[in-house]
Design a binder for this molecule. Structure first.
Ligand code: ADP
Ligand code: MG
Ligand code: ZN
Length: 647
């Protein structure tokens, strides 16, 4: 697999990387543009600064004549210098190639001139005598400032930006945005993580590696380079990584994989380089890359994601290079997390890279209890709250769900004006979390009746099938998208499913529609989500779990993201696909007949339950079984989970 990484075309595309310095032809270009800008700037500035031209004229006879003719408007004088303006433009010299016409003039008063006669004359002709300083043309500093200032400012700014990018034209683009974790007030420790003990134990060992590297090296052990946390969303992978940061006492750089990717090819790779060089200089350190699948997707499965693939691939290659490149004795450990370990590139999983893989599983009942304990540490609980029972009624929930549940319960209690959170608050929030919030719509009588029979149909099939999960709750209050809800959940967590159980699930899902058909004779759109759900189960039974004799023990459904084609497109021959379809249909048809027979034979129970629903709207486990006249199964625990809703 290593060969695959090295020979892949992307690793040879070094030229795509961003140039570190804009030199070469690009540099010459920039210099030319700068000079042109300076020249243009100077020319424009001097043009706008220089005022109308001033002609130099002789004192006598021209100046004196003009005064006598009354053509001099105003003058300014300092010592023997004299400047002024004519009323009407004057041409001087009268002929010749250098003759100029102007209103403004200057002249020199000779030392022997009769100044008293002059001032008399000026007064007589009513010439304005100004007290302004002489006009000596634009000051040198003005010319300089306006001539080069703006351009210089611009170039200065440009240089500053380039400097910040360490000579990289794109500046901070290429820098990693990794956040260095600071141990502060909100420090997360292993005590905040519960219910995922195996993963915690693995990471405790990693922390120990970092704290006492010598203990392991003495026996010739090699500190792992990469640890990959994988598991469903919300199980606490990110939390675990933050706890490692809190415990290890080593610098911790964290970054989400998607942050590497920018629209410009090559930026991701340079960010990876930057991240690792930061980590190396701070070693022993931990680098955490969250949501690794954003860049670590298998390169062979890339057909469907052609856009942006180049950038992703280069970034991935850079990570591989960095992980190979550093000496294990440096003490940089790479932690990564993903929900989809199945789609990661095989090169990432090779020993020497992410050689430790830690599966973070959804918690079991005891684990859920511990997680609830962690999250209720700061919550005042009423004495009637039994965390054990809540843990028992939340199979399938992960840490994030439980944290959310506790929060919802606390909010609800606050809204109800209580000082502590009671069991009722937990129950109601659980219902809200699992079933969705109640919707305030008014159903007509016909719709209500139909919904009542539909839900009663699900419930009766569930109550009468020996393998089914107990029915926990039946309701015809609309919630979320559903008009009604029938809720069944197992007594304990289930880790694998028997064929008989799956067939029962399909039967329960069919129960709603079958009851409608039996009672009203015609069908409505209300069973769509039931049908989707049961079709999915049936297809998996046939195509993934080998439960159809016609297909046999082979998988013929493509796994998401693994096949060479788009996800969801089936593998196998067309004939096989046809066979899958036929088998699915056979199973569902068979079960539908069974359900119809069951409901027909128990029509009295169905009617009773539907009537009870119409009256009370919501029935919990005991009431529902009593209304139907069916013996409830074993010890009834509280609700919930595994929603079976009707659209
Ligand atoms: P993910 O596995 O998707 O990265 P997170 O670590 O982001 O999940 O979990 C989200 C939140 O759920 C956490 O911040 C924490 O409050 C809660 N949580 C998840 N798992 C656990 C756990 N095992 N123990 C305690 N809290 C958890
Ligand atoms: Mg996460
Ligand atoms: Zn339904």
């Amino acid at each position: 697999m290593a060969a695959a990484a090295q020979n892949s075309p992307a690793s040879e595309k070094g030229g795509h990387r961003l140039p570190r310095r804009p030199l070469g032809p690009v540099g010459t270009w920039i210099a030319a543009v700068v000079i042109a800008a300076l020249v243009l700037n100077y020319w424009l500035a001097s043009r706008s600064l220089s005022e109308a031209p001033r002609i130099r004229i002789p004192y006598s006879p021209l100046f004196l004549d003009q005064v006598r003719d009354g053509n001099v408007d105003s003058i300014t004088s300092q010592g023997s210098f004299l400047q002024g303006t004519f009323r009407v433009e004057v041409r001087y010299p009268a002929t010749g190639s250098d003759a100029r016409t102007a209103r403004r003039f200057s002249t020199l008063i000779p030392a022997f001139a009769d100044t008293r006669a002059l001032s008399n004359l000026l007064q007589q002709k009513q010439v304005v005598i100004n007290a302004e300083p002489l006009d000596t043309g634009a000051a040198w500093w003005k010319t300089l400032l306006f001539g080069f200032g703006p351009t210089a400012l611009l170039i200065g700014l440009l240089l500053l930006v380039m400097r910040r990018g360490r000579g990289n034209v794109l500046g901070s683009f290429g820098r990693s945005r990794a956040r260095r974790y600071q141990a502060s007030a909100g420090r997360v420790t292993f005590a905040d993580v519960a219910g995922i003990d195996e993963a915690k134990a693995e990471l405790t060992e990693i922390v120990d590696f970092l704290k006492n590297p010598d203990r392991y090296r003495r026996l010739g052990g090699r500190i792992p380079r990469g640890v990959l946390l994988s598991g469903p969303p919300g199980t606490g992978k990110t939390l675990l990584a933050r706890a490692v940061a809190g415990e290890a006492g080593a610098p911790f750089f964290s970054m989400s994989a998607s942050e590497f990717i920018e629209a410009i090819v090559g930026v991701g790779a340079s960010r990876v380089r930057d991240l690792f060089s930061q980590a190396k200089s701070a070693s022993p350190a931990i680098v955490f890359i969250d949501e690794l699948d954003a860049i670590g997707r298998s390169r062979s499965a890339g057909v469907a994601h052609a856009g942006g693939g180049d950038e992703r691939e280069q970034t991935l290659n850079q990570i591989l290079t960095e992980m190979d490149g550093f000496d294990p004795s440096i003490g940089v450990i790479v932690l990564a997390a993903t929900n989809r370990p199945d789609i990661l590139d095989a090169a990432l999983l090779r020993p020497g890279r992410f050689d430790r893989r830690v599966a973070v599983q959804p918690p079991d009942r005891i684990g859920r209890r511990r997680i609830l304990e962690v999250h209720t540490r700061g919550v005042p609980l009423a004495t009637n709250v039994d965390l054990d029972r809540i843990a028992g009624s939340t199979p399938g929930m992960v840490g994030a769900d439980l944290a959310n549940l506790v929060n919802e319960a606390a909010l609800l209690a606050a809204r109800r004006g209580r000082d502590e959170v009671s069991a009722a608050d937990f129950n109601d929030s659980l219902e809200k979390v699992v079933l969705g919030a109640e919707r305030k719509i008014v159903m007509g009588t016909r719709d209500r009746e139909r919904t009542a029979y539909h839900e009663a149909g699900h419930a009766i099939v569930g109550m009468l099938s020996p393998n089914a999960d107990p029915v926990r709750k039946v309701s015809i209050i609309p919630r979320g998208m559903a008009l009604g809800v029938t809720l069944s959940s197992p007594e304990d967590d289930r880790f694998s499913y028997e064929e008989l159980y799956l067939r029962t699930l399909i039967k329960v899902a069919l129960g709603g529609r079958a009851a409608e058909e039996l009672v009203f004779g015609h069908l409505t759109t209300g069973a769509e989500s039931d049908l989707q759900q049961l079709t999915r189960i049936a297809r998996h039974m046939v195509g993934s779990w080998g439960m159809s004799p016609a297909i046999g023990p082979v998988t013929v459904l493509s796994q998401d993201g693994q096949g060479p084609l788009l996800p969801g497109v089936a593998g196998g021959s067309e004939r096989t696909q046809q066979l899958v379809d036929e088998e699915v249909r056979r199973i569902v048809d068979e079960l539908y007949d069974e359900v119809m027979t069951l409901l027909r034979e128990n029509r009295d129970k169905l009617d009773r339950l539907a009537q009870a629903l119409l009256q009370q709207e919501t029935l919990d486990q005991a009431d529902a079984y009593a209304a139907a006249g069916i013996e409830p199964p074993g010890a009834a625990t509280e609700p919930l989970v595994e929603v079976e809703a009707t659209a």
